[in-house]
Design a protein around this ligand. Structure first.
Ligand code: GRF
Length: 202
């Protein structure tokens, strides 16, 4: 079976990207590393990419007249590296339908809440201030809504009395680092079938 090529969209720290790159390098995930694209020139993820010997590009949205032309350049780069799977690992821009359709059911996102609760930004803080007792993270395919795509895996964490938004985010991040590689591995092993909203793991 031909190995899949996994590329990444990032905007910042890059800890989720780093965990997947390491899992691919160590052979836990059978895949090849593609490229890293960032919308932020200062993203730490760009340096991490270089430490893995990967090509990484800052595709500055300011250089494009609109979202689609920015994304066209991203798609061109992803295709030029024969990308099979795109992982949005802390990518902080909304993707247009054009991008999503170019990689339909081939873009995985990690969201720091148990969807469909708390979509959008600052999900950990949203959950904390709402007062839920359980929250967590969700690995899902990206569709045209905001954090609405088919769910691949979720993991729950308890919100304890002495938690703060920071301690809660740290607990959730630990689970993100556990389930995102698992979701990517399932995809790369061809073990995922998407039927409407449902993701079947075979
Ligand atoms: C993570 O909390 C992820 O769930 C959210 O953005 C954050 C990215 O962190 N989408 P990192 O860049 O992977 O460290």
């Amino acid at each position: 079976m031909k190995k899949k090529i996994v590329s990444f969209l990032v905007s910042g720290r890059g800890s989720n990207f780093s965990v997947i790159a390491e899992n691919i390098k160590q052979g836990y995930i059978t895949a090849d590393l593609g490229i890293v694209l960032s919308n932020n020139g200062k993203a730490q993820a760009l340096e991490i990419a270089h430490s893995y010997g990967m090509d990484a590009f800052f595709v500055d949205p300011k250089n494009y007249t609109d979202r689609e032309s920015h994304e066209k350049e991203m798609i061109r780069l992803l295709k030029s590296y024969s990308t099979d799977l795109v992982v949005a690992a802390g990518y902080m821009r909304i993707l247009t339908p054009h991008f999503i359709n170019s990689y339909k059911n081939r873009i995985i996102n990690i969201h720091p809440a148990l969807l469909p609760s708390f979509p959008g930004v600052h999900a950990q803080e949203q959950a904390f201030h709402y007062g839920v007792k359980i929250t967590g993270c969700t690995a899902h395919f990206i569709d045209e809504g905001t954090d609405t795509g088919p769910i691949i895996m979720q993991s729950a964490v308890s919100v304890l009395t002495d938690d703060t938004p920071t301690s809660l985010a740290a607990k959730i991040l630990k689970e993100e680092h556990r389930i995102l590689p698992e979701a990517v591995k399932l995809f790369c092993d061809n073990k995922i079938i998407v039927e409407g909203r449902k993701v079947k793991i075979i």
